[in-house]
Design a protein around this ligand. Structure first.
Ligand code: SAM
Length: 324
């Protein structure tokens, strides 16, 4: 379905939980409080909303969190989503801590591919950024994902001033030997940690300069125009590099997505607080037709874009409560 600006909205990012086994400094406060289980979409509720979402044109989903792999019954839930007619792709964004065991069963259940967060190749720094993460375990998760055929493997690094801006060259170098898509993301401001995030932005222009100074010119690669990260390649590289410049060069004109939070709110724009409370309506007895109408209205009400240039910061949630 098209929104009021003529953008076709067909990609739904679903947060399966607000919980996470990490506490990444760029994502949530150290003392993050999680919602009680009963406030979150239960499996049947979630499957019902995904079924209805297909009737307003959503055909791709991405499972995220929090950390999606800490959701109980995950493999069955993925199989349930995969069995819904109209869903043509299921992807997941994960920190890969639990992927070594889960990659294979998830692939069998119908998961198509994964994006894995990895912000540095230095184990000590990794622990400092994630406040919990074990780099070696994540690395085994990446390899398991590749073995399970969850390709193309995309790696995400949020670049945070003072934490990992020196590490992007080593991360970029991974694409010389691996057919992976390495994407560097500008840190975005949200909720209670927005001030720290605003002070920690490393602009994409600086990221590219650092990589090109160390590894040579970035070569352009064909781009479908939908993916927010225009791809590049290092000379002779097997994989690609992408840069997500949401802060310094927004790409809202090409936005094709909406988000469903773990507590059942349809979030119309990542960086604005506009939401439609589907869970309360669903629990109050709304019919499929009612829920379909609320979703369609949400699409029509989708804002043109975020307001960072006008210093509008979304306050109601931090990133882990939306899913990125
Ligand atoms: N736990 C999973 C993970 O680590 O990938 C999924 C949830 S995480 C919120 C989803 C994505 O958002 C990750 O790629 C993460 O790096 C990114 N992210 C988190 N906080 C961010 C921020 N402030 N700005 C930009 N990206 C952010």
């Amino acid at each position: 379905m098209d929104d009021s600006f003529g953008r076709n909205i067909h990609y739904l990012r679903i947060s399966l939980t607000d919980r996470c086994n990490f506490r990444c400094v760029y994502c949530m406060p150290a003392d993050m409080q999680f919602a009680p289980q009963s406030h979150l979409l239960q499996d049947e509720e979630l499957l019902r909303l995904v079924r209805i979402a297909t009737t307003v044109g959503f055909d791709r989903v991405r499972l995220t969190g929090g950390e999606p792999t800490v959701r109980p019954n995950l493999v069955n839930l993925v199989a349930g989503i995969a069995s819904i007619p109209g869903i043509r792709e299921i992807a997941m964004t994960t920190n890969a801590m639990r992927l070594e065991k889960l990659a294979e069963p998830l692939a069998r259940a119908g998961l198509n591919r994964v994006n894995i967060s990895i912000d540095t190749l230095d184990a000590e720094r990794f622990y400092k950024i994630t406040r919990f993460g074990k780099l070696e375990q994540v690395w085994r998760g990446i390899q398991a994902a590749e073995r399970a055929g969850l390709n193309p493997i995309k790696l995400n690094a949020v670049v945070v001033r003072g934490y990992n801006e020196d590490d992007i060259v080593d991360l970029a170098r991974l694409t010389l030997d691996h057919a992976w898509d390495m994407r560097f993301i500008e840190i975005m401001p949200l909720g209670s940690i927005a001030e720290f995030q605003m002070d920690s932005v490393v602009p994409v222009a600086e990221m590219k300069l650092r990589i090109e100074s160390a590894l040579g010119a970035l070569e352009s690669v064909d781009w479908d125009g939908h993916n927010p990260a225009r791809p590049f390649r290092l000379h002779g590289g097997r994989g690609t590099l992408g840069f997500i410049s949401s802060v310094t060069e927004p790409f809202c004109a090409g936005c094709d997505r909406m988000r469903l939070s773990a507590d059942g709110r349809l979030r119309l724009c990542l960086l604005r607080d506009n939401e439609v409370d589907l869970l309360s309506s669903l629990r109050a007895g709304a019919s499929d037709e009612d829920l379909q109408k609320f979703m369609a209205q949400g699409i029509m009400d989708k804002p043109w874009g975020h307001g960072l240039a006008e210093h509008v910061i979304a306050e109601s949630r931090v990133m882990s409560q939306i899913g990125g």
